[in-house]
Write a protein that binds this ligand. Structure first.
Ligand code: EPU
Length: 417
C-alpha cells in the first residue's frame, strides 16, 4: 500500500488554485439520477470518492464519460435500483442515492452503511424523513429495502442539521407530490450548491443556506450543466500547511465567505491573512499561538473537517489549546498518532487538550481517516527528521495528488507504492 515519506522542515511557498468540493460533487452526482437525462458537471478533481461514486452510477446502468475536469453523466439507461454492497461500504455518502433513486423509480435497496472510523454515523434522520414522505423502508440482514407508490411532500423537522439528511430530502422532494419544508436544515455551502444544481435542472427549491428549505415538487427534472464550488476544506488544509511551516501561500479560486471560521481561527494562531477578491494570502507566524477553545459546529461554525489539521498545528503552539469536537463522536484517531511524534495531547471523550511542544519529531504513522491522514502529513512537514504516513488511500479520497501539490509548494515529500 502507498505511503508518503516526508522530510520535514521546508517552508511552503507559492500559489495554488482550488478545485471543486468533494462534498458538493457527491450529492450532485446523485442528483443527476433523477432527471434520466444528460448532465455535465465541471470542476471535478481526481478523487477516490468521486471514482467510487462513478462506479456506483455505472453499476446501476448510467453512462459516465470524463472529459478533462468534466463528467458527462447520462442517467437515461439506469435499469437497476440495488446498490453494490462493497462500494456502499467503501463510501458511506453513497446513501445519498437513496432519495434520488426512490424519487425516480419508487424503490431502492442498499446495504446498511454501518459505522466508520469517525464514529457510528447513524442514518436515522434520513430514514425518518423519507418515511414521513411516504417511503416504506424495511431493514433486514443489514440491508435497507425502500419503496414508495409516489413520494408526498412533508413538513420535516430535523432533530439535528445533518448535511446528508438535508441533501437526501432535497433530492426526494424535488419530484415528490406537493410541498416539502425542511426545518433545522443544514446550512453548509454544499447545500446551496446542490440547490443551484437542482434549480438548473428545473426543481422549485429555495432557502438553502438558511435553516428552512422549501421544495415544491415538480413532475420531472431535466439534464443541465453545473460547475462545482471550490473545496473549502482543501483550501483550509493548505492554509494550515503554510502556517505550520512558517510559509507564505496564496490560495486562489475560492469563496472567501466559506472559509471565514477557518480564517478567524488561523488569525488566532498568529497567521497574517490578507483577503483579495476570491484569493487569500497567508503568512505563517514565527511561533504558533494556542487557541483557547476550538469548537466544531455545523456551518457557519468551525468545520469538523478542519479539526484534525488544526490539532496538528496546535501541537507546536506556544501554550495549551482545547478542542471540543461536537459533530462526530469519535474523530480523534489522529491524536494518538501525533503523540508518537512527541505531541502532548490528552483526549477525554469529545474534548482534547493539547499542550504545545517546541518541536515534533518524525515518526512512522498510519492514516486512519481522510482528514486525520492529511493532518499527519501536515505535522510531518513541520517535524524534525523523517515522517512516514501509511494508508495514503484515505487521503486520496479527498485530496487530488496531495504529495504532488505539496511538492509544488516546496515540500520534501514523496509517495512510494
Ligand atoms: N447524524 C445522525 N443521524 C443521521 C445523520 C447524521 O445522528 O441520520 C449525526 C452524525 O452521526 C454526526 C452528525 O449527525 O454525528 C453530523 O452528520 P452529517 O449527517 O451532518 O454528516 P454527513 O452528511 O454524514 C457530511 C460530510 C462530512 C462532514 C459532515 C459534517 C459529505 C459527503 N460528508 O457528512 O465530510 O464531516 O457532513 O460537516 O458531505 C469529510 O469530507 O471528511 C467528511 C467526513
Amino acid at each position: 500500500m502507498a505511503k508518503y515519506i516526508i522530510q520535514g522542515g521546508n517552508r511552503l511557498e507559492g500559489e495554488v488554485e482550488i478545485k471543486g468540493a468533494k462534498n458538493s460533487i457527491l450529492p450532485i452526482l446523485a442528483a443527476t439520477v433523477i432527471s434520466g437525462e444528460v448532465s455535465k458537471i465541471s470542476n471535478i478533481p481526481q478523487l477516490r470518492d468521486v471514482e467510487v461514486m462513478t462506479k456506483i452510477l455505472l453499476s446501476i446502468g448510467a453512462k459516465v464519460e470524463k472529459e478533462g475536469d468534466q463528467l458527462l453523466i447520462d442517467t437515461s439507461s439506469i435499469d437497476k435500483t440495488q446498490l453494490p454492497e462493497e462500494l456502499v461500504r467503501e463510501m458511506r455518502s453513497s446513501i445519498i442515492l437513496m432519495g434520488a433513486l426512490l424519487a425516480r423509480f419508487g424503490e431502492v435497496s442498499v446495504s446498511y452503511p454501518g459505522g466508520c472510523e469517525i464514529g457510528p454515523r447513524p442514518i436515522d434522520l434520513h430514514l425518518k424523513s423519507l418515511r414521513q414522505m411516504g417511503a416504506i423502508i424495511e431493514e433486514s440482514h443489514g440491508f435497507l429495502h425502500c419503496r414508495s407508490l409516489g413520494l408526498q411532500g412533508a413538513d420535516i423537522q430535523l432533530d439535528y442539521p445533518s448535511v446528508g439528511a438535508t441533501e437526501n430530502i432535497m433530492l426526494a422532494a424535488s419530484i415528490a407530490e406537493g410541498r416539502t419544508i425542511i426545518r433545522n436544515a443544514a446550512r453548509e455551502p454544499e447545500i446551496i450548491d446542490l440547490q443551484d444544481y437542482l434549480r438548473k435542472a428545473g426543481a422549485k427549491i429555495k432557502g438553502a443556506g438558511t435553516s428552512v428549505i422549501t421544495v415544491e415538487g415538480v413532475p420531472s427534472l431535466k439534464g443541465c450543466s453545473h460547475r462545482i464550488i471550490p473545496d473549502r476544506i482543501v483550501a483550509g488544509t493548505l492554509m494550515v500547511a503554510a502556517t505550520i511551516t512558517k510559509g507564505e501561500m496564496v490560495v486562489k479560486d475560492i469563496v472567501v465567505e466559506h472559509l471565514q471560521s477557518t480564517v478567524a481561527k488561523l488569525r488566532e494562531t498568529g497567521a497574517n491573512i490578507f483577503i483579495n477578491g476570491n484569493a487569500i494570502k497567508l503568512i505563517g507566524p514565527e511561533r504558533v499561538e494556542p487557541i483557547e477553545l476550538l469548537q466544531t459546529l455545523p456551518y457557519p461554525g468551525f468545520p469538523t473537517d478542519m479539526q484534525a489539521q488544526f490539532m496538528a498545528l496546535l501541537t507546536i503552539g506556544n501554550g495549551t489549546s482545547i478542542i471540543n469536537e461536537t459533530v462526530f463522536e469519535n474523530r480523534f484517531k489522529h491524536a494518538e498518532e501525533l503523540v508518537r511524534m512527541g505531541a502532548n495531547i490528552k483526549t477525554f471523550g469529545k474534548v482534547a487538550v493539547i499542550k504545545g511542544v517546541k518541536e515534533l519529531t518524525g515518526a512512522r504513522m498510519y492514516a486512519k481517516d481522510l482528514r486525520g491522514g492529511a493532518a499527519l502529513v501536515l505535522a510531518g512537514l513541520a517535524a524534525e527528521g523523517i515522517t512516514e504516513v501509511e494508508n495514503t488511500f484515505h487521503i486520496s479520497r479527498g485530496y487530488e495528488n496531495f504529495h504532488n501539490l505539496l511538492q509544488g509548494l516546496g515540500a520534501n515529500i514523496s509517495c512510494v507504492k
